[in-house]
Design a protein around this ligand. Sequence first.
Ligand SMILES: NC(=O)c1ccc[n+]([C@@H]2O[C@H](COP(=O)([O-])OP(=O)(O)OC[C@H]3O[C@@H](n4cnc5c(N)ncnc54)[C@H](OP(=O)(O)O)[C@@H]3O)[C@@H](O)[C@H]2O)c1
Length: 340
Amino acid sequence: MDLRELHVLHWRGAHVACATVPESRAGLDVFLIDTCQRRVALLRGSEHAEQAQAEFPADGVLESFEGNEAYAFLLRFACGLESKLVAETEIFGQIKVAWRQFSERGSPLARQLSPWMQLLFQDAKGIRAQYLGRLGSASYGSQVRRLLAAPESDGAEIAAPTLGPTLLIGAGQLAQSVAPWLTGTELWLWNRTIVRAQELARELAKRAEKPVRVIEGGVDAELAAWRAADNVVVCVPGDPAHDAARIAAWRGGAGTDGGARRGRIVHLGLGADGIAPWSGLPELVSLGSLFDMLRSQSELRARQLQRAHHACREKAVLRNLGAGCSQSHSWEDLAAFYSL
Ligand SMILES: NC(=O)c1ccc[n+]([C@@H]2O[C@H](COP(=O)([O-])OP(=O)(O)OC[C@H]3O[C@@H](n4cnc5c(N)ncnc54)[C@H](OP(=O)(O)O)[C@@H]3O)[C@@H](O)[C@H]2O)c1
């Protein structure tokens, strides 16, 4: 497959992502990548692009890219440059998992895309190493760790967090990536499906960094953990049926030393909207406020990101000149770069 035939559709919007790579509703041979911030479709040619629009939610704008523009978009996507948490690293793993699931289906598109996906992973790693390595870790886990370690910059409402137990709610993809970053004397895990929390506990125990305990015993045990934990990190969506009880339990609790509450709730399942009934809690950091914090980037960080964006465009032009080509090597190539 020639890179000129690559067609990519992109829908941006917060939604609950599918746990496995979605099958095409229209019966098309299309590679769909679904994350909580977007849905992306990869197709061969634009022949079926109109039909493929049915794979996306009806609201919002659908962007369309072809050829090297499509490859450049995929590179930005894989490098985390399209993510709200700019340059985050989880997205690379999510795309790899999605690709593995899609390629196992063995469709003609899976075979045609295969060499391009390998180049994409190689180029994304190169760009990350060259331009984004010194940005500092940009995983959700690293940001949560920073939040739990640092007192509020204005120092007004929240005292410095303590190092008592941290309660992690959830055992899905996000919880798994955040868990290893959590500090505290002990890590408590609660999940609706208890076996998933037990699996996560076993994984974490292999690292043996701190004691890990699974909270068993239903809703009462969960609420008791909300009362007793110093910090809570929530990696499940907001839940209208249970959130009020969770908030009441948090408010009813005290710090591990018996004094006033000093920790934080970091709720990654709450987007910019839908904060109620959490908004009354001064200790709350939602995903939206985490993004806002990160938006106040230093100039240096902005310059590095600009260079990474440029590198994605440059790599895509080079790949369009020939799959094996990764460095500019002739006078003709200069014409292609003139427009960058
Ligand atoms: N993945 C990311 O990079 C990312 C980034 C930012 C924000 N988020 C948000 O974080 C949340 C979790 O995402 P994820 O990627 O970890 O999803 P996931 O892998 O599908 O896991 C979903 C988690 O939420 C739990 N859950 C779902 N509905 C629930 C309900 N009604 N009551 C109690 N628990 C429920 C699941 O419990 P069971 O095991 O019992 O099903 C599981 O622990 C979502 O709100 C997502 O929008 C994710």
